[in-house]
Design a protein around this ligand. Structure first.
Ligand SMILES: C[S@@+](CC[C@H](N)C(=O)[O-])C[C@H]1O[C@@H](n2cnc3c(N)ncnc32)[C@H](O)[C@@H]1O
Length: 403
């Protein structure tokens, strides 16, 4: 049988560039090990689950090798779309996509994991496998050596009685785990934290967990949406009998267009910006959207915890692609500045372009970013006239008006 054509895989709709490819040496190691183990451990593809298959390399290579019915979980909407398009290009079918839940893992005897960046995300995955996979499951987890830490072994050892790290090959390493330990009835995630004025709920894979990121906090302060301000607004609303604060003259909340219909929290993470905005603006309708399934599950739980399900909709999407052009009066954005593990501004630029598309003329994009990044001219070019509203050595907040 000819070798699997990894080089034909693409990342689109995710950012593509010559130094970014759609598979890595860890995918190849995981596939080779799975092909060696599967004949005895999981001769039927329905007993194989894949977690963290970035653009589908693992699921497609195993499907191509004749394993039908593989179950796959990918966190990113972009990865899910890339897998679907790669499968179509290669005329491969027969695998099934799942969320990180019982349906992904029930009865699985071979689980392949691309190790995630955060330990909390690994903990949520390890718990899910120990909880739902077959008792004789073998987990093969792999990563690039430069991104691996001993703490990852420690997490796996909490959930499996045998954990064996192997020698590095092609700068990647596999860890093999088996013997799932008993898990408590409650899953370790989501976790929730009380902040001044609102509650944040987080799954393992979400940016900043249930903490309020410092950049997010700076943007909330500039907009008058930070906890202390929210509490003041609520008190003022209670005293005056008003429905809530809206405007710098009514509690310090930055005024948005009174005719405004939609506010978009673009790349919402756990939903802090969306929830703080909706609490301060009782008439606002908000869409919170993120490409990460962990973020979406977290934001939905955050919205529910703050009693805002009637006014905030959370969507799993790539750069708000399912929202119509010109639908938003305001976009709130704390963009990513790391793409995977390589620093790349293309991910932020992609969200600036999305904001420009979503805003109606005259609508406003509020962005917070690391002061070392020179985004003001990019924002001016892509969105419209941009002013620096606040700057510290660490963070800059800008307001761009859609031209
Ligand atoms: C720096 S975090 C900010 C999260 C949240 N807004 C906050 O302030 O805590 C950036 C978020 O953007 C999301 N993101 C990155 N690229 C995206 C894209 N193309 N479409 C949607 N979300 C994206 C990431 O998943 C991440 O949750």
């Amino acid at each position: 049988m000819p070798p699997f054509p990894y080089h034909r895989l693409r990342r689109r709709p995710d950012v593509e560039s010559p130094e970014l490819q759609a598979w890595d040496a860890t995918d190849v190691l995981l596939v080779d090990r799975a092909l060696a183990l599967a004949p005895s451990q999981a001769p039927d593809g329905t007993k194989i689950a894949v977690i963290g298959d970035a653009y589908g390399a693992i699921s497609l290579a195993l499907t191509d090798a004749g394993y039908a019915g593989i179950r796959v979980h990918q966190d990113l909407a972009t990865g899910r779309r890339a897998l679907a398009r790669n499968a179509q290009e290669l005329s491969l079918e027969g695998f099934r996509s799942h969320e990180l839940d019982e349906s992904l893992l029930a009865g699985a005897r071979l689980v392949l994991v691309q190790l995630p960046k955060s330990l909390a995300e690994l903990e949520e995955i390890a718990d899910a496998v120990a909880r739902w996979a077959a008792g004789d499951v073998v987990v093969v987890a792999g990563g690039r050596v430069k991104h691996m830490t001993l703490a990852q072994n420690d997490v796996l050892e909490r959930f499996f009685s045998q954990v064996q790290a192997e020698r590095a090959e092609r700068k990647s390493r596999l860890i093999v785990a088996s013997g799932p330990r008993p898990v408590p009835p409650e899953t370790p995630f989501p976790v929730s934290t009380q902040h001044d004025g609102f509650t944040l709920v987080a799954h393992g894979g979400v940016f900043a967990g249930a903490r309020l990121d410092i950049g997010t906090r700076v943007l909330l302060e500039v907009l008058g949406l930070d906890g202390s301000q929210l509490l003041k607004n609520r008190q003022a609303a209670g005293e005056s009998g008003a429905g809530g604060a809206d405007g710098a003259d009514s509690g310090g909340v930055v005024r948005t267009d009174p005719g405004a219909d939609l506010v978009v929290d673009l790349g919402c993470g756990s939903g802090a910006l969306a929830v703080a905005y909706a609490l301060a603006h009782p008439d606002a309708r908000v869409v919170a959207t993120d490409r990460s399934a962990a973020a979406v599950a977290s934001a939905r739980a955050t919205v529910a915890a703050n009693g805002l399900t009637d006014r905030i909709t959370v969507t799993h999407d790539d750069a708000g692609s399912e929202l119509p052009d010109g639908c938003a009066a305001t976009v709130l954005l704390n963009p990513p500045f790391h793409l995977g593990t390589s620093i790349h501004t293309a991910a932020a630029t992609r969200l600036f372009e999305a904001a420009a598309r979503l805003l109606r003329p005259g609508g406003e994009l509020w962005t917070v970013y690391n002061s070392s990044l020179a985004y003001k001219s990019t924002l001016t070019r892509i969105v419209g006239p941009t002013e620096q509203v606040h700057r510290t050595p660490k963070f800059t907040v800008t307001r761009s008006v859609r031209r």
